[in-house]
Design a protein around this ligand. Structure first.
Ligand code: HEC
Ligand code: HEC
Ligand code: HEC
Length: 346
């Protein structure tokens, strides 16, 4: 399966570059939007198991961080310990206090500005203690206070407000941004996404010759096993088409269709609300299903049209869904391997 490693390599490198350069990770929705598959310059798509990939390729970008999960003290601030993503909400409150303070200063409401600034310092002192490993990275409360409290107290003109921005910005970059770029992705993959490798799906086609004995007898597939079989059936459609065996290509296509039209079972395991079907909506799935109209034995076969529609389907169904879900899945798996919970390749 030559495409396999290529995709995952491109994926992680693309995201990692985006993340480390600060372009990605703007928030939860950014996991889906900030990671459009742009060129991935550093990717060397070669056969290599994931552990090798994670430890060698990723560490070139300072990715040792990505080979271990975030500090477990965070467990206390995410489900199931809390009903909501508490840590993320606390962060937002911290940010809001500082934003208000600067906003009020710009409007010349200095009393309110001072009050919000005091709130920021107070929240900061609480948040520093939440994750012991991260305490130093917030900077000390004294440092923040010495740098900015006098400016809020003395400030009375728009120029004073501008001065506050000049002092605030490098501190924000040094302390807030630095940690976001390094940690946020890990935290999202760990606490926002359910674990992909723990998902078990019913096997939609027990006739698939690619099923292992175990998969056949249990009639269940891991999520990744499902992906491999889906992919295998798709490659079969191409392979048979290539040698002109259109009847066999049609059979493989029917198999692909079974895998695709059962994939919604996986979506429901994670998305409590009915997710937008999006990648697997009927129109997208029809791109594959309708390929059979281009595979009529005995009729003149248009390879170019067939290939074009196949690629369109792959792009709309597979790539788009990978954009949103692949990276967390790969990080989760990487950690499971480094912590010994899983063997590489499992
Ligand atoms: C839920 C949305 C989703 C859709 C739709 C989807 N995939 Fe995947 N795919 C994933 C995720 C997530 C992973 C990573 C799983 C893991 O590593 O645990 C993955 C992994 C893979 C892999 C790598 C398996 C391995 O051995 O590591 C292949 C190949 C693959 N998908 C092919 C496809 C093809 C081909 C399609 C379209 C016909 C497709 N996928 C559609 C989510 C999706
Ligand atoms: C030691 C690490 C660390 C430091 C320092 C840090 N943050 Fe964060 N911050 C995070 C992590 C991790 C998240 C992602 C939480 C999530 O999405 O669950 C986050 C998320 C955020 C968010 C987005 C919340 C959301 O809606 O997803 C804001 C805003 C934020 N931080 C502001 C700040 C500000 C302002 C500072 C500096 C004064 C700061 N952070 C310092 C780790 C840090
Ligand atoms: C292992 C869990 C998991 C699986 C399986 C999964 N998703 Fe997601 N998906 C998530 C998480 C977590 C997000 C991040 C946004 C969020 O928290 O809703 C997300 C984001 C999305 C988004 C972008 C945000 C939005 O709502 O527009 C879409 C669309 C989506 N998933 C659709 C699907 C579809 C369709 C499937 C099945 C083919 C699927 N997902 C399978 C966990 C999963």
């Amino acid at each position: 399966m030559p495409l396999r490693i290529t995709w995952s390599s491109l994926w992680i490198c693309t995201l990692l570059i985006a993340t480390l350069s600060g372009a990605g990770c703007q928030g939860r929705s950014a996991t889906s939007t900030a990671v459009a598959p742009v060129a991935a310059p550093a990717a060397q798509p070669q056969a290599r198991d994931l552990r090798g990939f994670v430890t060698s390729e990723l560490s070139r970008f300072g990715g040792e961080l990505l080979t271990s999960p975030p500090p477990s003290a965070l467990d206390a601030y995410y489900p199931p310990s809390t009903p909501d993503l508490r840590y993320s909400l606390d962060m937002e409150d911290l940010y809001r206090a500082a934003s208000y303070a600067r906003h009020e200063a710009h409007h010349g409401r200095w009393d309110r500005a001072q009050k919000s600034w005091a709130t920021f310092l107070q929240r900061l002192s609480v948040m520093r203690k939440q994750v012991p490993e991260w305490e130093e990275r917030f900077g000390t409360v004294e440092m923040w206070s010495q740098a900015l409290t006098p400016l809020f107290a003395a400030g009375r003109t728009p120029a004073d407000a501008d001065h506050i921005e000049k002092v605030w910005e490098p501190l924000r970059v040094r302390h807030c941004e630095e940690c976001h770029q390094r940690e946020r992705l890990r935290v999202i993959a760990r606490y926002h996404y359910p674990v992909f490798y723990k998902i078990k799906l019913p096997a939609p086609d027990l006739e698939d010759p690619m099923l292992s004995a175990e998969q056949r007898s249990s009639a269940t597939l891991s999520f990744r096993g499902y992906m491999r079989l889906l992919h295998g059936s798709m490659l079969d459609t191409l392979s048979h088409e290539e040698v002109g065996d259109l009847a066999a290509a049609r059979l493989a296509l029917q198999r692909t269709d079974k895998y695709l039209s059962n994939l919604h079972i996986a979506c429901k395991m994670c998305h409590a609300m009915e997710p937008r079907l999006y990648f697997i909506d009927p129109a997208s799935l029809a791109l594959f299903r309708d390929l059979d109209k281009l595979l009529v034995p005995g009729e003149k076969h248009d390879t170019a049209a067939y290939r074009q529609q196949w690629e369109q389907g792959r792009n709309r169904v597979c790539t788009r869904c990978h954009d949103v879900h692949m990276l967390p899945a790969k990080l989760q798996r990487g950690w499971a391997v480094t912590t010994g919970e899983q063997r590489p390749g499992e």
